[in-house]
Write a protein that binds this ligand. Structure first.
Ligand code: ZN
Length: 143
Protein backbone atom coordinates (compact mmCIF):
# COMPACT_ATOMS: atom_id res chain seq x y z
CA UNK A 1 0.00 0.00 0.00
CA UNK A 2 1.40 3.37 -0.94
CA UNK A 3 1.36 6.57 1.09
CA UNK A 4 -1.67 7.98 -0.79
CA UNK A 5 -3.76 5.05 0.35
CA UNK A 6 -2.43 5.33 3.90
CA UNK A 7 -3.54 8.96 4.01
CA UNK A 8 -6.97 8.11 2.62
CA UNK A 9 -7.46 5.37 5.20
CA UNK A 10 -6.51 7.74 8.02
CA UNK A 11 -8.98 10.36 6.80
CA UNK A 12 -11.96 8.01 6.91
CA UNK A 13 -11.44 7.16 10.57
CA UNK A 14 -13.36 10.05 12.13
CA UNK A 15 -14.91 10.11 15.59
CA UNK A 16 -18.39 9.05 14.49
CA UNK A 17 -17.05 5.92 12.85
CA UNK A 18 -14.28 5.09 15.39
CA UNK A 19 -16.29 2.26 16.96
CA UNK A 20 -16.91 0.77 13.49
CA UNK A 21 -13.20 0.83 12.58
CA UNK A 22 -12.04 -0.39 16.00
CA UNK A 23 -14.38 -3.38 15.83
CA UNK A 24 -13.30 -4.29 12.30
CA UNK A 25 -9.81 -4.82 13.71
CA UNK A 26 -11.37 -7.46 15.99
CA UNK A 27 -13.23 -8.94 13.00
CA UNK A 28 -16.60 -7.63 14.08
CA UNK A 29 -18.86 -5.75 11.66
CA UNK A 30 -20.91 -3.17 13.56
CA UNK A 31 -23.90 -1.13 12.47
CA UNK A 32 -26.33 1.17 14.26
CA UNK A 33 -30.02 1.04 15.01
CA UNK A 34 -32.29 3.87 15.96
CA UNK A 35 -33.79 3.25 19.41
CA UNK A 36 -36.76 5.49 18.57
CA UNK A 37 -37.92 4.24 15.16
CA UNK A 38 -35.99 0.95 14.81
CA UNK A 39 -34.33 1.91 11.53
CA UNK A 40 -31.08 0.02 10.80
CA UNK A 41 -28.29 2.41 9.87
CA UNK A 42 -25.10 2.05 7.88
CA UNK A 43 -22.67 3.91 7.52
CA UNK A 44 -22.09 5.23 11.06
CA UNK A 45 -23.91 8.49 11.78
CA UNK A 46 -24.70 10.88 14.60
CA UNK A 47 -28.44 11.02 13.89
CA UNK A 48 -30.98 8.61 12.42
CA UNK A 49 -31.50 9.48 8.73
CA UNK A 50 -35.16 8.47 9.01
CA UNK A 51 -36.37 10.33 12.14
CA UNK A 52 -33.35 12.52 13.09
CA UNK A 53 -33.11 10.95 16.55
CA UNK A 54 -29.71 10.92 18.24
CA UNK A 55 -30.77 7.88 20.27
CA UNK A 56 -28.73 5.23 18.41
CA UNK A 57 -27.31 1.88 19.50
CA UNK A 58 -24.58 -0.35 18.06
CA UNK A 59 -25.11 -3.97 16.97
CA UNK A 60 -22.90 -6.66 15.53
CA UNK A 61 -23.87 -8.08 12.14
CA UNK A 62 -23.80 -11.85 11.77
CA UNK A 63 -21.79 -11.49 8.60
CA UNK A 64 -24.09 -12.98 5.99
CA UNK A 65 -25.75 -11.25 3.09
CA UNK A 66 -26.40 -11.26 -0.61
CA UNK A 67 -25.38 -9.28 -3.66
CA UNK A 68 -27.83 -6.44 -4.23
CA UNK A 69 -25.87 -5.02 -7.16
CA UNK A 70 -22.31 -5.12 -8.48
CA UNK A 71 -19.96 -3.99 -11.20
CA UNK A 72 -16.83 -5.58 -12.59
CA UNK A 73 -13.95 -3.13 -12.87
CA UNK A 74 -11.56 -3.86 -15.72
CA UNK A 75 -10.07 -0.39 -16.09
CA UNK A 76 -9.57 1.81 -13.06
CA UNK A 77 -9.58 5.56 -12.83
CA UNK A 78 -6.52 5.40 -10.61
CA UNK A 79 -3.35 3.51 -11.59
CA UNK A 80 -2.93 2.47 -7.94
CA UNK A 81 -5.55 -0.22 -8.50
CA UNK A 82 -4.41 -1.38 -11.96
CA UNK A 83 -2.68 -4.49 -10.60
CA UNK A 84 -5.93 -5.47 -8.87
CA UNK A 85 -8.05 -5.65 -12.05
CA UNK A 86 -10.39 -7.16 -12.72
CA UNK A 87 -12.08 -6.65 -9.38
CA UNK A 88 -15.70 -6.57 -8.36
CA UNK A 89 -17.34 -3.76 -6.37
CA UNK A 90 -20.62 -4.82 -4.89
CA UNK A 91 -23.50 -3.37 -2.96
CA UNK A 92 -24.20 -6.05 -0.38
CA UNK A 93 -27.44 -6.38 1.52
CA UNK A 94 -26.67 -7.91 4.90
CA UNK A 95 -29.19 -10.13 6.68
CA UNK A 96 -29.78 -7.23 9.09
CA UNK A 97 -31.20 -5.14 6.23
CA UNK A 98 -28.36 -2.70 5.75
CA UNK A 99 -26.52 -2.23 2.47
CA UNK A 100 -22.74 -2.04 2.40
CA UNK A 101 -20.47 -1.32 -0.53
CA UNK A 102 -17.29 -3.31 -0.81
CA UNK A 103 -15.06 -5.62 -2.78
CA UNK A 104 -16.45 -9.07 -3.63
CA UNK A 105 -13.88 -11.86 -3.60
CA UNK A 106 -13.80 -15.60 -4.08
CA UNK A 107 -15.30 -15.76 -7.58
CA UNK A 108 -13.94 -17.78 -10.49
CA UNK A 109 -15.53 -15.72 -13.26
CA UNK A 110 -16.75 -12.21 -12.41
CA UNK A 111 -19.18 -12.31 -15.32
CA UNK A 112 -20.91 -15.32 -13.72
CA UNK A 113 -21.85 -13.48 -10.52
CA UNK A 114 -25.55 -13.11 -9.87
CA UNK A 115 -27.81 -10.74 -7.98
CA UNK A 116 -28.92 -12.31 -4.67
CA UNK A 117 -25.88 -14.59 -4.63
CA UNK A 118 -24.86 -15.26 -1.04
CA UNK A 119 -21.76 -13.70 0.49
CA UNK A 120 -20.06 -13.70 3.88
CA UNK A 121 -17.92 -11.01 5.42
CA UNK A 122 -14.21 -11.76 5.68
CA UNK A 123 -11.67 -9.37 7.14
CA UNK A 124 -8.65 -7.99 5.31
CA UNK A 125 -6.01 -6.52 7.60
CA UNK A 126 -4.71 -3.80 5.29
CA UNK A 127 -2.45 -2.14 7.87
CA UNK A 128 -1.96 -2.44 11.63
CA UNK A 129 -4.59 0.31 12.01
CA UNK A 130 -7.05 -0.54 9.26
CA UNK A 131 -9.01 -3.71 8.60
CA UNK A 132 -11.49 -3.68 5.73
CA UNK A 133 -14.51 -5.93 5.24
CA UNK A 134 -14.55 -7.98 2.06
CA UNK A 135 -17.47 -10.05 0.81
CA UNK A 136 -16.65 -13.62 -0.10
CA UNK A 137 -18.94 -15.62 -2.37
CA UNK A 138 -20.70 -18.47 -0.59
CA UNK A 139 -20.32 -21.62 -2.60
CA UNK A 140 -23.61 -22.88 -1.18
CA UNK A 141 -25.54 -20.16 -3.03
CA UNK A 142 -28.13 -17.69 -1.83
CA UNK A 143 -28.47 -17.18 1.94
ZN1 ZN B 1 -35.01 6.82 13.79
Amino acid sequence: MNSDNQLLLQQVKGNVSKKYWDNLKEEKFMFQKCKDCGFSIFYPRVVCPKCMSENLSWHQAKGNGQIYSYTVVYRTGDPIFKSETPYVVGLIELAEGIRVMGIIIGWDDPEALQIEQGVSIVYDKVTDDVTLPRFKINREGVV
